[in-house]
Write a protein that binds this ligand. Structure first.
Ligand code: KIV
Length: 264
């Protein structure tokens, strides 16, 4: 079976077919997601929190990401795999190039993801010019949690919203192939999705993005603590992990998830 390609994901945006993405960090879950019809697996640096039990994503290393990405790629046949570039692994273009090369050559990732707006455009361009598929990430940036003062909705002020729209356009211009928008008001996410040609994937960004992503352990209801408004416990609905994943895919594709109550 061949894997979903970036061109297929672009065609899905044009056709209005929603893209269903979940995170995974190991071969067994990767296999379940692959079989349940998930289009893309994100090997998120959220693994620092949900797998390693850290307080944030900051301690995650490139070695950690290579290890987990390799396992996810091994466990799957048809999904497209994105690997997060961890905190400070892309602080300058040279570092970004050698770390992205590791994630792709050793880990087998098909795309890398990095957080930030205008400030990462030059780095992103250098990666794209060398043939690396890159996913940008705007809105709530977990790697900047201390600067942001917590995990909060971004882009509520008019000036912040305007900056996010400009950043999205600049990232696309620099060569971004996809964009994750995290925790932004649904109206703003809708505007950004319409303003760029690349697929826009929301998490806490409303139903009008081209696709959705959730942290796997959140949507299975096994993350300790308070659940953010934008997640949903699909395991509680279905009673079995494969059925929970299949229901997520179905609800993303039909537009049933996220509901108005699950957005800002
Ligand atoms: O690390 C991660 O899981 C992510 C998602 C929250 C989008 O970046």
């Amino acid at each position: 079976m061949s894997r979903i390609s970036l061109s297929k994901l672009r065609e899905m945006k044009v056709a209005g077919e929603k893209i269903a993405i979940l995170t995974a960090y190991d071969a067994s879950f990767s296999h379940v997601l692959d079989q349940a019809g998930v289009d893309v697996i994100l090997v998120g640096d959220s693994l620092g929190m949900v797998v390693q039990g850290q307080e944030s994503t900051l301690p995650v290393t490139v070695d950690d990401m290579v290890y987990h990405t390799r396992n996810v790629v091994r466990g799957s046949e048809s999904v497209f795999v994105i690997a997060d570039m961890p905190f400070m692994s892309y602080a300058n273009p040279e570092q970004a190039i050698s770390n992205a090369a590791r994630l792709m050559a050793e880990g087998g990732a098909h795309m890398v993801k990095l957080e930030g707006g205008a400030v990462v455009c030059e780095t992103l361009k250098q990666l794209a010019d060398r043939g690396v598929a890159v996913c940008a990430h705007l809105g709530l940036l977990p790697q900047s949690v201390h600067r942001l003062g917590g995990y909060r909705v971004q882009g509520k002020k008019e000036s912040e919203a305007a900056t996010l729209i400009e950043d999205a356009k600049a990232l696309q211009q620099a060569g971004a192939d996809m964009l994750v928008l995290e925790c932004v008001p649904a109206d703003l996410a809708k505007q950004i999705t319409a303003a760029v040609d690349m697929p826009v994937i929301g998490i806490g960004a409303g139903a009008d993005c081209d696709g959705q992503v959730l942290v796997l352990y959140d949507m299975l209801g096994i993350t300790p603590g308070k659940r953010p408004r934008f997640t949903h416990d699909f395991l509680a609905d279905t009673g079995a992990i494969p059925a929970a994943i299949a229901k997520y895919v179905q609800d993303v594709k039909s537009g049933a998830f996220p509901s108005p109550e699950q957005q800002y």
